[in-house]
Design a protein around this ligand. Structure first.
Ligand code: MG
Ligand code: ZN
Length: 217
């Protein structure tokens, strides 16, 4: 019975995600679903990207969290508009929550929409939010084995952002092993190497986003 219920929930979510996708396409908005564990650096990356993207694109961030508005406040301090969704304990965002957040936004004044998902490498992968692209943030402190331990997440990724590169020398994280694992699981996914703290790789990531905004017009 539970399996049937789970399938029904996902089917309803997929239909809603399709409606979001159509809405964003007609408004020519590139939507990036940003996923990753708690503490991988999703918000820090958005903070680092904001000054670079702000001059070239109009963008908004939807922040998903169990509680608190901390991340949305951080984004606004960095200089971009943000909307907070509190899932009240829920471990992922779904298309219904994103629809409610979208209703509060003026889609005519936007080129790019980031959705920072709840920190979680498991069930967030199963919920389509109507995004154009999926980017998974993996920090080097988490270990290079996460790709093989959480395959659905990394199989669904258009890009994997290896973050906290400044800490690489202090960890056992192997970039070669990570690349090999990604080649086996999702060879076409792009890999980025960043440090939100030092700014390493942020320019490349911003360029990728801007070129996708252009493609989307
Ligand atoms: Mg965050
Ligand atoms: Zn969940």
């Amino acid at each position: 019975m539970e399996i049937v219920l789970a399938k029904k929930i996902l089917k309803a979510n997929d239909q809603m995600a399709q409606a979001i996708r159509a809405r964003l396409e007609s408004a020519q908005i590139l939507c990036v679903n940003l996923l990753g564990s708690p503490g991988a650096g999703k918000t820090a990356l958005l903070e680092a990207l904001t000054p670079r993207l702000k001059t070239a694109a109009r963008f908004t961030v939807i922040e998903g969290d169990l509680a608190t508005c901390n991340d949305a406040e951080r984004i606004e301090r960095a200089g971009a508009p943000a909307v907070q969704i509190n899932t009240e304990g829920g471990c992922h965002l779904d298309a219904n929550m994103v629809t409610i957040a979208l209703d509060t936004l003026d889609l005519k004044t936007m080129d790019l929409l980031f959705i920072e998902n709840v920190g979680n490498l498991v069930c967030t992968a199963g919920f389509d939010l109507g995004e154009t692209l999926r980017a998974v943030v993996l920090s080097v402190t988490e270990g290079d084995d996460k790709v093989v331990k959480y395959p659905p997440m990394f199989q669904s990724a258009d890009a994997v952002i290896i973050n906290k590169m400044d800490l690489l020398p202090f960890t056992d994280f192997s970039l070669d092993r990570l690349k090999e694992n990604m080649r086996n699981i999702k060879p076409e996914a792009l890999l980025f190497y960043t440090s939100a703290r030092t700014g390493e790789g942020i320019e490349k990531l911003a360029e990728w986003l801007l070129s996708n905004i252009k493609k989307n017009k």
